[in-house]
Design a protein around this ligand. Structure first.
Ligand SMILES: Nc1ncnc2c1ncn2[C@@H]1O[C@H](COP(=O)(O)OP(=O)(O)O)[C@@H](O)[C@H]1O
Ligand SMILES: [Mg+2]
Length: 256
């Protein structure tokens, strides 16, 4: 179980969550994507209409619904989503006064049949209670880093939060990987950021680098992952490579 997190918005968390989840499913892994961002972009990006979702991750966190009843199939075989709606915006506050507020997601997921090879969690752009729930449930954190100005800003805060959760709530949690996103090979800036990140996270940075590509930003409005929308595009090729590396790193059997 992997939480995609970076408290900065717009760095490619959701794009990576959707397209990594989809390529893993295409590569034979039964995959669940949990949308933990009230914006619900992972939900709509996979073709679900948020206005018709009646049971979402919100009801699951508040124990008003069973997780099995909230998980939905997508147009990709082997890819499932636990959708988010705007209701989730309230959860950050509503959870505060509740018993076991940090472990709600972990408890709910434990009740899921052991039916998935991989579970990815798309976190909101904050380090609040929703992200803490993701960190408490997950085995590792995957950090997307945008190859842009200030890429490394805020990372020490993120790492400190991971450490706090490791010390207090989930001793299994570790930083499992860093993915470079929106890389533009024509700019010195992208190259500089990439090499800085590789210096900093030598062991955990994935070799696959996600290029800046218009096709990747267009795919969500068609409700499709890039693998279905334009499988020969550079973005699709990059996410496929990322998926292969992910499978290798985690010792998952190829073809599920
Ligand atoms: N590799 C990419 N190339 C071009 N646009 C991208 C790429 N990755 C993300 N985007 C676009 O950038 C914006 C922010 O990406 P998103 O994945 O939603 O970030 P986050 O979830 O971190 O806020 C979105 O409009 C998305 O379509
Ligand atoms: Mg997002």
């Amino acid at each position: 179980m992997v939480a995609l997190a970076n408290q900065k918005g717009g760095v490619g968390k959701t794009t990576t969550a959707i397209n990594l989840a989809a390529t893993l499913a295409f590569q034979g892994q039964r995959t669940l994507l949990i949308d933990l961002d009230p914006q619900g972009n992972a939900t709509s990006g996979l073709g679900l209409d948020r206005s018709t979702v009646d049971t979402s991750v919100y009801e699951v966190l508040l124990k008003e619904a069973e997780v099995e009843d909230a998980v939905e199939a997508t147009s990709v075989r082997d890819l499932f989503v636990l959708p988010a709606t705007i209701d989730l915006a309230g959860a950050e506050i509503e959870l505060v006064s509740l018993f076991s507020r940090e472990t709600r997601l972990r408890t709910a997921i434990a009740e899921l049949d052991q039916g998935f090879d991989v579970i990815l969690i798309d976190c909101p752009p904050s380090l609040g209670l929703l992200t803490v729930n993701a960190f408490t449930a997950a085995d590792e954190v995957l950090i997307p880093i945008q190859c842009e100005y200030y890429a490394l800003e805020g990372l020490s805060q993120l790492l400190r939060n991971v450490q706090l959760v490791t010390q207090n709530l989930n001793s299994d949690l570790k930083v499992g990987g860093v993915v470079l996103t929106m890389y533009d090979g024509r700019t010195k800036l992208s190259k500089d950021v990439a090499s800085q990140v590789r210096d900093h996270f030598a062991d955990s940075t994935y070799r696959a680098v996600i290029p800046r590509s218009v096709r990747l930003s267009e795919a969500p409005s068609y409700g499709e992952p890039i693998e279905a929308f334009d499988p020969m595009s550079r973005g699709a090729i990059a996410y496929r490579q990322l998926g292969r590396e992910f499978i290798e790193r985690h010792g998952l059997s190829k073809g599920g």
